[in-house]
Design a protein around this ligand. Structure first.
Ligand code: 13P
Length: 358
């Protein structure tokens, strides 16, 4: 007969070791003055971004654009990790290094988006469920082999008349928890991203309420699925007025509401909150992060995992033209520097026109 006790004690030791390793990766991702670049746009999303600068979404153009980002000199000063997309983790720089190698050479940790996108939820008009659990165990093992050290899964919760429903939040939370458990099994740090959208005319109070409710359900699911909170990062939305709300909350109000909400529901064991930008302008996202880091002490690092808010200025300058690469990289380095300052609460508007200095 197989000795069950032996097997379970060996696997629990292995689990403990893996967790220690992952805990240190999670802490490195939220190291002082650094944050994450989300460059994991799926094919339809990157097509939209490239179209905005009149560049066709061909594989070579997507590769060239990502190369601009990943080969920016000094990237590792302000960026701790980059989230890649399935296509991107397999691509190379023009000089033949895999993107994973190019990032590692800058001391940047490679990560990978593993969900398959938010799809309409049957019978729940206006709500979405994130897909991607089928075959995920095998896929995570492959990504780990390719050099990824962390993963990301995004759930989307919308606000509207009669939504979100409890069912939608609970199902998304369960999926996030199952993904997080599988990621930890594969020795990858899961970034848990339940995004409550800012689209709509709702007030900041409503966004506060739905964000709190969502996070509470997500942490309940994570506990039920035995996810080690020390080895995850939470990627939450900031608490904002809806985009079309006639009264827009001030920077200070956003910072206070966001931290008040997080303090109620996010356990202190989580090493860091890496906020998404979610459609804010690059300046707004930086200002909000800065204001949060100036408020009272919290148990977690308050950092960023911005997509649009880091990339918008780069796209604008690059425009698909190789002669603009150096300027585009300067724009990226500058934006990352501003966000790095915001991590210390030391960002000022004057920095927008200044050169980045450490
Ligand atoms: P935004 O900062 O553009 O919201 O993107 C972050 C991200 O990774 C969304 O999943």
């Amino acid at each position: 007969m197989v000795d069950v006790k032996l097997i379970s004690s060996a696997s629990s030791k292995e689990r403990t070791m893996k967790n220690e390793n992952s805990e240190s990766v999670a802490r490195k991702l939220v190291a002082a003055g650094k944050g994450i670049l989300a460059a994991d746009e799926s094919l339809p999303t990157i097509e939209k971004r490239l179209k905005s600068i009149d560049v066709a979404s061909m594989e070579e153009n997507r590769r060239a654009y990502r190369e601009v980002l990943f080969t920016t000199a000094g990237l590792g000063e302000f960026i701790s990790g980059v989230i890649l997309f399935d296509e991107t983790i397999r691509q190379k720089t023009r000089d033949g290094r895999t993107f994973v190698e190019a990032l590692e050479q800058q001391a940047v940790i490679p990560g990978i988006k593993v969900d398959k996108g938010a799809k309409p939820m049957a019978n729940f008009p206006g709500e979405k469920i994130t897909e991607g659990l089928d075959g995920l165990r095998e896929q995570l093992a492959e990504y780990r082999q390719l050099g990824a050290r962390f993963a990301k899964w995004r759930a989307v919760i919308g606000i509207g008349e009669k939504i979100p429903t409890q069912r939608c939040i609970e199902t998304n939370a369960e999926l996030l928890a199952r993904y997080a458990a599988l990621s930890q099994e594969a020795d990858l740090v899961p970034i848990v991203e339940p995004e409550v959208l800012m689209d709509g005319a709702h007030t900041i109070e409503r966004h506060f309420e739905v964000t709190g409710q969502t996070l509470q359900i997500v942490f309940h699911a994570l506990a039920e699925y035995r996810v080690a909170l020390e080895a995850i990062l939470l990627k939450p939305n900031m608490v904002l007025s809806g985009k079309d709300c006639p009264h827009q909350a001030s920077v200070q109000e956003v910072a206070e509401a966001t931290l008040r909400c997080m303090k109620r529901v996010v356990p202190a064991a989580v090493p860091g909150l890496v906020f998404l930008s979610g459609g804010q302008t690059d300046l707004q996202a930086t200002e909000h992060l800065n204001a949060m880091n100036r408020l009272d002490r919290v148990p977690w690092e308050l950092s960023f995992s911005f997509g649009r808010a880091l990339q918008a200025p780069v796209l604008k300058v690059w425009k698909g033209d190789p002669t603009n690469v150096a300027d585009a990289q300067r724009a990226f380095h500058h934006r990352a520097w501003c966000n790095s300052k915001a991590r210390f609460g030391k960002y000022t508007e004057e920095m927008e026109t200044k050169k980045a200095v450490a």
